[in-house]
Design a protein around this ligand. Structure first.
Ligand code: PMP
Length: 345
């Protein structure tokens, strides 16, 4: 099947947040540049026509649907307001006095923010020189206060992946009483050779929760839909904190319509990854040592990168050493990035 790209990806150009002066391109939140598919919009609209009604008291339809799709039972899935909402729920349900959460740093901003909200201490493990999460150092950072350890695969902000062998030995070395969040927010961008069989991992590890989202590859960040899956006992514990009426009927409809549109979504993912590779090659050619990314963003090591992007009115996620992370997929935005940083190296 051939799927043409009739619509363009100018959402990154036209979408403006509160940046001053207004950004020409907003690449700061690793969003999908494509607006929702027409079939998904229709399904959401239909659900919205009944927005005077409450959704399900505790979500059943959505976890059942996701469970069927990934090949687990409904009671092994917990859903929430984005992967952020689910991660928060996991942290709330597993915290104790003096609890710590261990994560490779820098990481997704949500982890330090939520750790503070739930009163957990974040133990930051520096990434290795290649931008990978250092799993040996992460293992050594686990102690009796550790409640949760996070492994992002791919990692945000570098886009790198730890090998499946490393991940497996790491999981075997983590004590059972410590919950591992395998954050796969960008899993759909992984090539087949880099995917891990999470169901096989779950058969071996009762302390594992796999975290996923509809915000990135599915392009539904504004609808706030995320989920985690794992062994029933652990998921059951996390589900106890489920917010009543907390998942909208629009979210349920969007997920069903997205599952029905897999080929079109897969074509968008291909487009985004091809743009990513082209932009990375161009950046490498100008001397920017951009790590190989397996997600929908690129990490441009500093110093100075974040500043030149800001001056070019390109909103990027900036890091204290002057590095920047930019979302990819929009060719025009990619060209603007290249122009902005070309003279730096
Ligand atoms: N995990 C990682 C690694 C992320 O980068 C993000 C979003 N930037 C999330 C989780 C949360 O995504 P959401 O809440 O939109 O589902």
């Amino acid at each position: 099947m051939t799927i043409g790209f009739t619509e363009d990806t100018r959402s990154s150009r036209h979408h403006r947040r509160r940046t001053r002066p207004p950004a020409r391109f907003d690449l700061s939140l690793s969003e999908n540049p494509f607006p929702p598919l027409p079939s998904v919009l229709r399904a959401v609209n239909q659900a919205l026509a009944q927005a005077n009604r409450y959704p399900e008291f505790l979500p059943r339809e959505l976890p059942e649907n996701i469970a069927r799709h990934i090949g687990v039972r409904g009671d092994q899935v917990v859903v929430g307001s984005g992967a952020t909402g689910v991660a928060m729920q996991i942290m709330q349900s597993l915290t104790f006095d003096g609890a710590e959460i261990v994560a490779g740093t820098p990481t997704f901003d949500g982890y330090p923010i939520m750790a503070e909200m739930v009163g957990m201490t974040l133990v930051a493990v520096p990434l290795d020189a290649a931008g990978n999460q250092d799993l040996s150092a992460t293992r050594r950072a686990i102690d009796k206060r550790t409640a949760i350890v996070v492994v992002c695969r791919p990692h945000n902000p570098t886009g790198t992946v730890v090998s499946s062998g490393e991940l497996k030995s790491f999981l075997s070395a983590v004590p059972d009483r410590v919950t591992v969040i395998l954050d796969e927010a960008y899993a759909e961008f992984l090539g087949p050779e880099d995917r891990v069989d999470t169901l096989a991992l779950l058969r071996k590890h009762s302390n594992l929760l796999v975290l996923r989202t509809f915000s990135k590859a599915y392009g539904l960040a504004g609808l706030r839909i995320g989920y985690a899956y794992g062994r029933r006992e652990l998921v059951e514990r996390v589900r106890r904190l489920q917010l009543p009426f907390g998942v909208s009927a629009g979210a349920v409809a969007a997920v069903s319509a997205s599952y029905a549109a897999q080929p079109e979504l897969a074509a968008r993912i291909r487009h985004i990854t091809e743009e990513r590779e082209a932009l990375r090659n161009a950046l490498l050619a100008c001397g920017h040592p951009v790590p190989r990314s397996h997600a929908n963003f690129l990490y441009l090591p500093g110093p100075g990168v974040a500043t030149v992007l800001r001056r070019a009115r390109i909103a990027a996620k900036a890091y204290p050493d002057g590095s920047a992370r930019i979302a990819v997929g929009d060719r025009e935005a990619g060209r603007a990035v290249l122009e902005a940083v070309a003279g730096l190296r």
